[in-house]
Design a protein around this ligand. Structure first.
Ligand code: NAP
Length: 279
């Protein structure tokens, strides 16, 4: 059986290469694409993610504004910051780094983001549009998974896709995107009974569980395609890579799989948003 490593670095590079000319055209029209990231508190992983996103912007000539608010920020204060960024015409995308401290109403904060600048598809309107198959910006990780599928010409039509996880930013929207691409989708979660038996029926498995090495190779159908969105401490995915590699026909590694494509997708969405100011 031919084995394919679904290399996220290659897919991310391809997306970024295609953005270069578009960013140049924007600049020639006096527009510098700009992403604003909001980080609340001092979660070290979140700080790293925000830094990575800022660096990726810089490398491509996208302006990035980093708003770092203290841990004790209230929901009201966060909403004020979001409002300011919504009203700032030079900002094309707003990313509120998740999770925010538990005393903040995260849903309310997400909903405050202007849909035109919701480049990570976190608003309920953005999610609804994704599910209905229109709109601009699906959440970046689900969109990244679809980019990998597209780049490697993996056919989803009529295939049984099993998504493990149902979070609003990952499991649910990727289930919707796969459904829109004519897969037959089963979405699993912590209350799902007989998970290994359901996964055994999958042509394509998306792991979005948040538990290191959770999905075992013995649960897979021979030749299944595995997309691991997981990113746990120590660069470990949500699938047990060694055993899943043996059973799968194609698999994303961690690191170097879904992660870099997620960042490239965020840049793409920011450029898409900036272009709306040009035409
Ligand atoms: P999350 O909000 O914690 O959601 C986890 C989901 O997994 C929930 O729906 C939960 O079910 C389900 N689950 C938990 N235990 C389970 C079990 N034993 N069996 C079946 N389902 C179970 O996590 P998330 O934000 O979606 O993130 C998921 C993973 O993706 C994490 O590893 C995260 O680090 C990673 N991630 C990566 C990127 C990237 O750029 N690569 C971006 C975002 C997230 P319930 O709904 O029933 O609780």
């Amino acid at each position: 059986m031919e084995k394919i490593i679904l290399d996220g670095n290659i897919v991310a590079q391809d997306i970024k290469e295609k953005l270069k000319g578009r960013i140049e055209a924007l600049k020639n029209n006096g527009i510098i694409p700009c992403l604003a990231t909001i980080l609340v508190g001092d979660n070290p992983s979140s700080e790293t993610y925000v830094k990575m996103k800022g660096n990726a912007c810089k490398k491509l000539g996208i302006h990035s504004i980093r708003v770092h608010l203290p841990e004790e920020t209230t929901t009201k204060e966060l909403l004020e910051t979001i409002k300011e960024l919504n009203e700032d015409a030079s900002v094309h995308g707003i990313l509120l780094q998740h999770p925010v401290p538990s005393h903040i109403d995260e849903r309310m904060a997400f909903e405050a983001i202007d849909i035109q600048k919701d480049v990570d598809g976190v608003t309920s309107a953005g999610y609804g549009q994704t599910a209905l198959g229109f709109g601009n910006f699906p959440s970046c990780t689900p969109a990244a998974i679809m980019e990998i599928i597209k780049y490697y010409k993996i056919s989803t039509e009529g295939k049984h896709a099993v998504v493990v996880g149902r979070s609003p930013i990952l499991g649910k929207p990727v289930s919707a995107l796969l459904l829109n691409e004519n897969a037959t989708v089963t979405t699993c979660h912590s209350k799902t009974a007989n998970l290994p038996e359901i996964i055994k029926q999958a042509d394509l498995v998306v792991a979005a569980v948040g538990k290191p090495k959770f999905i075992q190779g013995s649960w897979l159908k021979e030749g299944a395609i595995v997309l691991d969105a997981g990113y746990n401490k120590g660069n470990i995915g949500d699938v047990d890579y060694e055993t899943c590699f043996t059973a799968a026909s194609a698999i994303t590694p961690v690191p170097g799989g879904v992660g870099p494509v997620t960042i490239a997708t965020l840049l793409k969405h920011t450029v898409d948003s900036a272009e709306k100011n040009m035409f």
